[in-house]
Design a protein around this ligand. Structure first.
Ligand code: MN
Length: 316
């Protein structure tokens, strides 16, 4: 691939009246309008998205060309991540993000044979950060399931804006068969959770979005564009983000709580307590589920591509 083939993006602010003119200008090339946008249009080499905030995003191999049509009326912003699809620098958040308005997102259930994948994202403000600290929100890995559940209730009663997504096992197994990696599923789930939350908070101040990093950010972005979507602006990645950002920690608590609730429902339905993780202990339970309900039942409660599915046969 030639360097010049990389996607670039440019953001500019325009008067809303002009954005309406753009919508009219591109009327034959309009595509599905994303949340918070006035229009999105797709030309041969550029995708143009006009937002209610007055910002217009131009993305493509040579967005400057398209921008020139309009820019006499617009205020130029620094190009965003220009030609950096392949570069790994610059995806860590600034230290200041953790104490200001931001969104954090984390997932649960990815390493567990039984149960869905869940993703939780929360939006925090300097005031709610203090409140969350007060009630003891922190890295959920240091908390018991009981404490996590209590904290989830408290987070919700504090009216912290959040989004919570569940990928049920049937859907997971279907996507997997269609060639999706778990990384792609997680990427799309984080993306949608963030989109949902951005829609909820409308135009409240927001300095950045932090995802607990589970893959190379360039790969994350590739997954998002493979579904014809675009990563949000001010998107950051960091490993162990839940120990830096209380928004990620709260997202993780919500995701974990929902995962445990789903596991309880699946266990009740199966009439067998389904364990977390993917250890040998899990293999024995798989054998019991196969015996009681038949092998196809696993499709409704397990990530069937895990090696455990076959390892369990040792216990039949
Ligand atoms: Mn995580």
């Amino acid at each position: 691939m030639n360097r010049s083939d990389f996607l670039s993006q440019i953001v500019q602010t325009f008067p809303l009246k002009l954005i309406d003119d753009m919508k009219r200008h591109y009327r034959k090339q309009l595509t599905k309008t994303p949340n918070g946008a006035i229009f999105r249009a797709k030309t041969n080499n550029c995708v143009i998205t006009g937002y209610r905030s007055g910002k217009v995003l131009f993305q493509g191999t040579d967005p400057e060309k398209e921008v020139k049509h309009w820019s006499a009326d617009g205020k130029q912003h620094a190009p965003v991540r220009k030609k950096s699809v392949n570069k790994n620098t610059n995806f860590h958040p600034p230290e200041t993000l953790y104490s200001t308005y931001h969104i954090g997102s984390d997932e649960a259930g990815t390493g567990d044979y039984f149960g869905p994948i869940t993703v939780g994202a929360t939006y925090v403000t300097p005031t709610s950060i203090d409140k969350l600290k007060e009630i003891g929100v922190k890295d959920s890995k240091d908390l018991s399931d009981k404490r996590i559940r209590e904290l989830a209730n408290e987070i919700i009663s504090l009216h912290i804006p959040y989004a919570l997504l569940v990928l049920p096992n049937e859907k997971y197994n279907k996507l997997r068969k269609a060639g999706w990696t778990q990384g792609k599923m997680k990427s799309i789930m984080h993306h949608h959770a963030i989109q949902k939350l951005l829609h909820k908070i409308e135009r409240k101040p927001m300095e950045g979005i932090l995802i607990d990093q589970f893959c190379d950010p360039a790969i994350y972005k590739r997954h998002i564009s493979s579904e014809s979507e675009y990563p949000q602006e001010k998107l950051y990645f960091k490993t162990k983000a839940e120990s830096y950002s209380i928004a990620v920690a709260a997202g993780s608590i919500l995701a974990r709580t929902r995962f445990v609730q789903e596991m309880d429902l699946l266990s009740k339905h199966a009439g067998i307590t389904l364990p977390k993780g993917a250890s040998q202990k899990v293999d024995k339970v798989i054998a019991a589920v196969k015996q009681k309900h038949g092998v196809t039942y696993l499709n409704s409660c397990a990530k069937v591509h895990f090696a455990n599915t076959h390892k369990a046969d040792a216990y039949l």
